[in-house]
Structures are given as C-alpha cells and as structure tokens.
Design a protein around this ligand. Structure first.
Ligand SMILES: Cc1cc2nc3c(=O)[nH]c(=O)nc-3n(C[C@H](O)[C@H](O)[C@H](O)COP(=O)(O)OP(=O)(O)OC[C@H]3O[C@@H](n4cnc5c(N)ncnc54)[C@H](O)[C@@H]3O)c2cc1C
Length: 390
C-alpha cells in the first residue's frame, strides 16, 4: 500500500484544508479528543458546523450518493477524517452519522431509509442509541424494556441508561423485548422511537469529567408505530450487532490520537527543562509507534467497510487498542506535565489549555463505551481466534 497522497488525494486534501480554514472558527473546535459524549451538539455552534458540512455533502461523506452522502471512496474518506481530526472539528450527531444511519442502511426498508437518513444529513434530527439498561450493559441480551403489539403500534415500557445525547435527541434507535418466551437473543426487536412522544422522560447523568453527556431515559406506555420496526420482528439483535460493529470502529479516532500525541510532545517541552531522559524518550517513542498501529488498524476496518463487509472482530481489535492507547497517552501526558498537568482550563499555567487534565478524566469512559475491554477481548478470542466460550 502506498501511503503517499495520489494527485487526486492531494487535491482533495487541499480542498478540505481550505474549507476548514475558511469555515471552522476557533471557538467551534473541540477542546477534547475523540471520545463518545464529546461534541454532543448541546452547543448550537456544533449544529451550525453540521449545516456548513451539509452544504458540501460532507456530513457523512462516506454514505452512498443515493442517500445523500458524497460517496467518497475509502482513500478520500481517510483524507477527510485525517483533516477533520487534525483541525479538531466537532462531531455532533456522531451516533447517527457513524452507526445508526449505517445500520438503517443495512437493515432498514427503502421507506425507512428515505424517511430517516435525510434528517441526519441535514442536521435536522439528532439521534440517541438506547441499548444499555441498568443491569444490561455487557450482557445486553438480558435487556428488560418491553414492546407489546397494540393495533398499529408497539407500546414500550422500561428504562435505558448511559444514553449519550438523549437530552437533545429527536429520535432513538431502541432495543426492546418483543418475545419474553423466546431464547434471549431471539426475542429482541429494534425500533425508531420519537423522543418527543408522550411517555418519554430523560434524566441527566453527569460523568466524572463533570460533563452532562449521558442520561437515564424512561418509557411509560410510549407508542411506536409498527412502521418504525427496523428489520424483522424478534431479530433486532442482529441490527444491534451491526450498530455495535460500526460504533466500535469509530468510537476512538486513531488519527486524533496521533495528532494529540504531537501536541502533547510540544506542549510539555517546557516541563522537561534539562532535556528528555531516556525514560521519557522511550515512553514517547512507544506512544508514537502505538498511534501508528492504531491508525493502521482503523485503515483495515475502513477498507473492509468500503467493500461492504461488516468487520466484527476487526472492529473490536481497533476499539480495544485505540481506547486503551488513549488512556496510555493521557497518563504519559500527565506524567510529562507533572503537577501542571492537573490544572484545568481556567488556569493560565495549564499546558494545552487544560486539555491534559480533561483528557485524563474523559478517556476513562472510552474503555467502557461501545462495550468494555473485557467484552472486546472475548469477541476477539471467540470470533477471531475461534476459541470456545468460557
Ligand atoms: C462514555 C459512555 C457513553 C455511553 N453511551 C451509551 C449510549 O449512548 N447508549 C447506550 O446504550 N449505552 C451507552 N453506554 C453504556 C455502555 O455501553 C456500557 O457502559 C457498557 O456496555 C458496559 O456495561 P455496564 O456499564 O452495564 O457494565 P457491566 O456490564 O456491569 O460491567 C462491569 C464490569 O464487569 C466486566 N464484565 C461484565 N461482563 C463480563 C464478561 N462476560 N466477561 C468479562 N468481564 C465482564 C466489564 O468488563 C466491566 O469491567 C455508554 C458508556 C460510556 C462510558
């Protein structure tokens, strides 16, 4: 594989850079790196940014043209992602663009694609993913939220938790049990739920970085029209797996990590007054090698997706590696900056405008979101290596 830009790629890179230079104001750039829950669109500026991208067909540039994307080939997508990450452009509606929309493309009917995808691309509908419940996170198939048929609708009762962005969402892709007597994986269905419907209530949860990005969501006799069933009745588990595979391959942006490492090296230079010890140099060299590996892994996932395949164990490998690497980079940054690393954005002495301190706390969630590291290791062992279940 040739990693140098072809003339077409170089021209496209210049076009994206110019667009970013003209359109991405400094106060719209993301302060933190690439973890779900950041850029959840609470800031109206995030949505204005989305609308700017929409004018170029760049909200979801990898989506096929027939559904309003730019149909970019995989190589140009890399260029696009790289430049967006370098500029720290926000990723509002990330769940809709990165995983829910692609899952609807795979499992939804033509009518559903026409109904839901355009709102995602225009930035008019914001989405949440309602999978986890209290007691059903890693063991998602044990979920208890119920959907019962009633005339032209399903009636949904139950609770979700850790639902990113639910407080500003218009729609939710929700999993609910439709056949309580079937084996666990075979009695679940997947629906599009209107978050403004009567009976939906959202309670905020604040994370350990003091951000309100996820929520508890309660359903009290919420009516969902039957036309909003995605895929077949009782086969929602397969839609969930597709969604999770897309989520795992995009949850941590490896290019952002590479970019971040460079910034950490520069920002912590003043704190290494006598030069860098062998220990520091070796640690930074390790992080540099690891970020290259993370980028290669994400290229592999993207190239499988570009062939229309759904990478399962490959997505788990990428998610596991990049999320754990994010935490290693945060630890390295913290130890390089010493006590200064603990200063937040309000201190004039904080390196990288306080991003090290925020990154250190935010990265904790990365090895949980989209399935914990233990769950990814189990998938890799079973699906990738063919080992039996424990
Ligand atoms: C930042 C963030 C955003 C999130 N956003 C969303 C969202 O938008 N929508 C949504 O539905 N969910 C969301 N989640 C929830 C996330 O999917 C769950 O937290 C995750 O799946 C783990 O589930 P749990 O929290 O119930 O932990 P548990 O499943 O209770 O796990 C607790 C511990 O036990 C370990 N464990 C559990 N089972 C096994 C096993 N079989 N083998 C080995 N170890 C095991 C886990 O690895 C973990 O260390 C989000 C989480 C985070 C942190």
């Amino acid at each position: 594989m040739d990693f140098k830009d072809s003339p077409e790629e170089a021209a496209f890179r210049a076009e994206v850079r110019e667009f970013l230079k003209q359109e991405l104001a400094d106060d719209v750039r993301q302060p933190d790196e690439s973890v779900l829950g950041v850029g959840t669109g609470e800031d109206p500026k995030d949505m204005e940014w989305l609308k700017k991208l929409a004018t170029r067909g760049w909200v979801a540039p990898a989506w096929p043209k027939e559904y309003g994307g730019a149909g970019l080939p995989v190589t140009l997508q890399f260029v696009y992602n790289e430049e967006m990450a370098r500029a720290r452009a926000p990723r509002p509606n990330f769940l809709a663009i990165g995983l829910i929309g692609p899952a609807i493309m795979v499992h939804g009917s033509e009518e559903q694609k026409q109904e839901h995808l355009s709102g995602i691309l225009s930035g008019d509908t914001y989405w949440a993913q309602g999978f986890s419940e209290p007691g059903s996170g890693s063991d998602l198939a044990s979920l208890q939220t119920r959907a019962v048929e009633d005339g032209d609708d399903f009636v949904i009762n139950g609770q979700k938790i850790w639902t990113s962005g639910a407080h500003r969402s218009d729609r939710m892709l929700v999993l609910a049990r439709t056949d309580p007597d079937a084996p666990r994986h075979k009695g679940i269905s997947c629906f599009v739920l209107d978050m403004h419907a009567p009976g939906v209530s959202v309670q905020p949860l604040t994370n350990m970085a003091d951000l309100h990005s996820f929520n508890e969501v309660f359903f009290d006799n919420v009516r969902v029209p039957k036309k909003n069933l995605i895929g077949e009745l009782n086969r929602g588990w397969y839609t969930a797996l597709t969604t999770l595979a897309f989520e795992r391959s995009s949850i941590v942006n490896a290019i952002s990590l590479q970019q971040l490492l460079g910034e950490v090296v520069e920002a912590t230079r003043p704190y290494r007054k006598g030069g860098a010890s062998a220990l520091v140099r070796h640690e930074l060299a390790d992080r540099a090698i690891e970020t290259h590996v993370a980028v290669m892994l994400s290229y592999r996932v993207a190239s499988l997706q570009a062939k229309g395949l759904i990478p399962i164990q490959e997505a788990s490998i990428t998610k596991l590696y990049a999320s754990e690497l994010g935490q290693r980079i945060a630890r390295t940054a913290m130890s390089l900056a010493g006590l200064y690393g603990q200063l937040g954005p309000d201190s004039p002495y904080a390196p990288l405008l306080g991003r090290i301190e925020r990154m250190y706390r935010i990265q904790v969630g990365a090895t949980l979101a989209g399935g914990t590291s233990e769950i990814q290791r189990s998938i890799i062992a079973q699906r990738g290596l063919g080992l039996p279940r424990g």
